[in-house]
Design a protein around this ligand. Structure first.
Ligand code: 13P
Length: 258
């Protein structure tokens, strides 16, 4: 399901948290409750795989969606010990899947692996959240080439009608788990560049339409500026997404932007 509305998309990446299913259920319950009263914002939570069924519940909640942090590169069920397929995630009601997060790239996900995961997620009609980001920045602007290469290497071979469903999450690695987020002005500049790469690959309309999120040390305090000055379509939130009061405050603050 591509993100086609003008609403802001706030994605909580819980990473390997919390430690127990009881805590996971509690967090999900609080976020569902908060999501119901949102007007301009959609919420996606991405718990660890084992918690997904516990966080989904039996009935659908308005403005609340389930995401996963990873899907296998394998498209078909079979002898793939330890893997969880995109087909199985979809069966659990998952709509969004994070692909190519820097923490997974660090553990060995190459561009080819990221491309295979992306294809598997798209093949099941779910929305991939493709993470890209540079390790560091310097005056020469080499980081822009890094971003362009990451995009081309993961989706360059996809047909436009398939690539349309991709959401890009720009997460500069140096801003993840850091004390401060990237400056909103720089978020704006980089999101424009990402849109241009999509325009060059797939035509001007794709450049206008592609959904771009920012991630890296987002809090309820900096979220409104990152969205309004950075002009991104939403946020990929780490630590603040397992801090219930902070995440709920963030949702409310973003929703107030209209
Ligand atoms: P933090 O928000 O904790 O910096 O994490 C960002 C992130 O990696 C989200 O995917």
């Amino acid at each position: 399901m591509p993100h086609t509305t003008n609403k802001k998309l706030i994605v909580g990446n819980w990473k390997m948290n919390p430690s127990t299913s009881v805590e996971a259920k509690k967090l999900a319950r609080k976020f569902k409750h908060a999501a119901v009263s949102l007007n301009h914002t959609e919420v996606v939570i991405c718990p660890p795989l084992t918690f997904i069924p516990l966080c989904t519940g039996r009935t659908k909640t308005a403005h609340f969606h389930m995401g996963a942090q990873v899907a296998s590169t394998q498209e078909e069920s079979g002898p793939h010990t330890g893997e969880v397929g995109a087909n199985m995630l979809r069966d659990l009601g998952v709509e969004y899947v994070i692909v190519g997060h820097s923490e997974q790239r660090k553990r060995g996900d190459t561009d080819a692996i990221v491309a295979a995961r992306l294809k598997a997620v798209l093949g099941q009609g779910m929305t991939p959240i493709l993470c890209i980001g540079e390790h560091s920045r310097d005056e020469s602007g080499a980081y822009l080439d890094v971003l362009k290469e990451q995009i081309k290497a993961s989706c360059g071979d996809l047909l436009k009608k398939v690539a349309k469903s991709i959401i890009v999450a720009y997460e500069p690695i140096w801003a993840i788990g850091a004390a401060e987020a990237m400056k909103s002005e720089d978020v704006y500049e980089t999101s424009l560049f990402i849109k241009k790469v999509f325009a060059d690959l797939y035509g001007a309309d794709m450049g206008l339409k592609v959904t771009v999120l920012y991630g890296g040390s987002v809090t309820y305090r900096n979220a409104p500026d990152i969205i309004s000055i950075g002009k991104v379509d939403g946020l990929l939130v780490g630590r603040e997404s397992i801090n219930a009061p902070g995440f709920i405050e963030l949702l409310k603050a973003v929703d107030l932007l209209g």
